[in-house]
Design a protein around this ligand. Structure first.
Ligand SMILES: Cc1ncc(C[n+]2csc(CCOP(=O)(O)OP(=O)(O)O)c2C)c(N)n1
Ligand code: SF4
Length: 248
């Protein structure tokens, strides 16, 4: 019988350690499917973050490099400059990409490094127990904002995609979500484009993925999807924010 669905080649057989309902696993799968479809498994080099996806190097069946917290874009820069023929990507949470690693993210985008960044925005620090992240929404309760994020005190949640899209070196920036089958399909399309932009040597490519953290949001997996739809989608609009193709 013809097999029409299966595990992507670019994923190992290792079972994910993620909590039930966590969408990190969906995004891993999408990245792996794109690597398969582009036929770049041998050329791909991923850079794993610190955060819940710290073990990404065990899941992607490609060459992987671990980076210190937030430093993935700097590590990816070095890897890509030494191996310009390789397909280099980072996989990072919002604490990693938008907090401790802000400088690395901004400057890699500004320099137009030909790397692909996959940025998981779950509005919280997952691994360390649910502290406030730069992406935490106004009023959102976390362990370090038990009364809800007060923007007068903690500032407003950062829209990384809009901010990085202003930089000349950023060739492709999109925000997607994995809250529904329709949006998962769109997310895959954007991830594929972000890899194609790198293959075409156009510059820095970023895909921000709105994601769930049921454990630290204190919700069931289904409630977490509802929460994402009701609270994150209005503040973080989906779509391509920058695409050089459209400028032509
Ligand atoms: C230099 C350094 N500072 C702090 C930490 C602690 N730490 C580990 S993961 C993490 C936050 C991870 O959150 P995020 O990047 O949003 O990823 P998630 O776990 O939500 O996927 C922090 C602060 C660390 N490992 N190294
Ligand atoms: S703590 Fe949150 S982000 Fe981490 S694996 Fe669990 S649900 Fe996913």
């Amino acid at each position: 019988m013809e097999q029409i669905a299966g595990r992507p080649n670019a994923l190992t057989d290792k079972e994910f350690h993620y909590c039930p309902g966590c969408t990190h696993g969906i995004v891993h799968r999408l990245v792996a499917e794109v690597i398969d479809e582009l036929g770049v498994q041998e050329e791909a080099i991923g850079v794993a973050p610190v955060g819940c996806a710290v073990l990404a190097y065990e899941y992607f069946d490609v060459d992987m490099h671990e980076a210190a917290h937030g430093r993935a874009p700097a590590v990816a820069t070095g890897v890509k400059r030494v191996h310009p023929d390789k397909v280099v990507f980072t996989y990072q949470g919002d604490g990693d990409f938008a907090s401790i690693g802000t400088a690395e993210s901004v400057h890699a985008a500004s320099r137009g490094e030909e790397i692909t960044a996959i940025f998981i925005n779950n509005a919280i620090y997952g691994m360390t127990g649910g502290q406030m992240a730069p992406t935490t929404l106004e009023g959102q309760k976390t362990t370090t904002s038990p009364y809800g994020r007060d923007v007068d005190h903690a500032g407003h949640p950062i829209k990384m995609s809009e901010m990085l899209a202003t930089l000349e070196g950023a060739a492709y920036v999109a925000r997607v979500s994995v809250d529904s089958p329709k949006n998962i399909k769109k997310a895959k399309k954007a991830i594929k484009k972000a890899f194609e932009v790198q293959l075409a040597g156009e510059g820095f490519a970023l895909v921000e993925v709105l994601s769930t953290c049921p454990t630290n949001w204190g919700l069931s997996p289904l409630e977490a999807i509802d929460w994402l739809q009701e609270n994150m989608l209005p503040y973080y609009p989906l779509g391509e924010i920058k695409s050089k193709e459209e400028d032509k």
